[in-house]
Design a protein around this ligand. Structure first.
Ligand code: GLA
Length: 393
């Protein structure tokens, strides 16, 4: 098999790689900030992602190289001593997954060389970290015949992100990356982990991802603040209601009981979670009947709720989305991912895409002072072994 990543692996490690793997990024179509509130989310895997090649070693070393962080060279550690180290940067995601995999298999039979290369912009909210985690889990599971299911890898990758890297995310990203399916969105009930694949072909319509190019900065602390506000609101509601998460309530039920939420800001946070969950249900129905227009309206309403009730958009995402709404041929647009920067997503009629990119690009640059980027990946499969590079593109 001739493949660029396989060749690069050989150049760096001086030995042949044993297999080529791909793990996608994700874009969430609707259902934002509710994967930690027991809601239903609707992400899909995209054809941008992370490639990986690995091979077993005869000693117990773990050696890792990323083509995206060439300056850092090969990062080396011992497989029996995996610890978070801020200076190892991207390699902590690899170590985290291997750390928790080891808990389930006992000791590693031998060491590993790992090469990765990705085309998901870092920090853009398209899940480059979940892509890397799930890639490592998938690769190592296969190489060592560990017998883990894709869902095991998803759970383990989330654990690595929460408990090794220390980011308190929900399960949506790892799930979409590990379980995504070509041309389908995944409707995932994050309370029960029941899921369903919904055909997500939009005839004559393109999925356009718009990157604010704003680094997320304080995003993690603000993300955690939102989670805490939801937890506090839930506690207040539990005085009168037998519920384990906010998304068990309908918007009507919340209206009846929202006076119990002590903090007025918390009331807005809860309102977003509950109404967003209702929007996802409506969006799934719209997608099933191929009613893209209705789907687009729900995307717009989702953005407004994230802007006004959840307050996670910020001026950059609002500038992109509000410009997108004004363009001809646009069915819907909203921020996607955690917010505070990162990306937005729009559904745009094919004939209008060029004009859309030009106009939204100009509007954004005028308002914010620098240019956005646009990507148009297809909806692809979840992580797995690939024979050639074109399998994932
Ligand atoms: C980030 C987190 C996800 C999810 C989204 C918001 O991407 O990793 O778990 O909470 O934000 O929907």
């Amino acid at each position: 098999m001739k493949n660029r990543q396989m060749e690069q692996f050989q150049e760096i490690f001086g030995t042949r790689g044993e297999g080529l793997y791909f793990s996608p990024g994700r874009v969430n179509l609707i259902g934002e900030h509710i994967d930690y509130n027991g809601g239903t989310v609707l992400p899909c895997a995209i054809t941008c992602g992370t490639w990986g090649v690995a091979a077993k070693r005869t000693d117990r070393k773990l050696r890792m190289y990323s083509q995206n962080f060439k300056d850092r060279g090969v990062i080396e550690t011992d497989l029996s001593d995996l610890r978070f180290d801020p200076k190892d940067d991207w390699a902590n995601y690899v170590k985290g997954v291997l750390y928790f995999l080891r808990e389930t298999i006992g000791e590693w039979p031998c060491g590993l060389d790992i090469f990765v290369e990705g085309d998901i912009p870092n920090g853009a909210g398209l899940s480059s970290s979940a892509s890397l985690e799930v890639l490592i889990g998938t690769m190592v599971n296969d190489l060592f015949c560990l017998g883990k299911t894709p869902l095991d890898i998803v759970r383990l990758s989330k654990k690595a992100e929460n408990d090794f890297v220390g980011v308190n995310c929900g399960i949506m990203d790892q799930f979409a990356v590990g379980m995504g399916r070509k041309d389908h969105a995944v409707a995932l009930d994050t309370r029960t982990l029941e899921y369903d694949y919904i055909p997500a072909r939009f005839p004559g319509v393109r999925l356009v991802i718009m990157n604010t190019n704003k680094r997320r900065g304080l995003a993690d602390s603000k993300y955690n603040e939102r989670r805490e506000a939801c937890e506090a609101a839930l506690k207040n509601l539990q005085q009168a209601l037998d519920i384990s998460c906010l998304c068990q309530l309908s918007p009507e039920e919340l209206e009846k009981y929202e006076h119990l939420i002590a903090d007025p800001v918390g009331r807005g946070r809860a309102r977003h979670a509950v109404t967003e969950n209702a929007r996802v249900k409506a969006a799934v129905n719209a997608l099933r009947r191929q009613d893209i227009r209705r789907f687009g309206q729900l995307m717009n309403e989702s953005h407004i709720s994230l802007r006004d009730d959840y307050e996670v958009t910020g001026k950059e995402l609002d500038a992109l989305v509000e410009s997108a709404w004004k363009q001809p041929g646009v069915l819907g647009a909203r921020m996607t991912g955690a917010g505070f920067g990162g990306c937005a997503v729009a559904l745009v009629k094919e004939d209008w895409v060029d004009a859309f990119v030009k106009q939204v690009g100009d509007d954004y640059t005028r308002a914010i002072g620098y240019a956005p980027d646009f990507y148009m990946p297809a909806v692809g499969d979840g992580a797995g072994k690939r024979n050639t590079q074109s399998d994932g593109d």
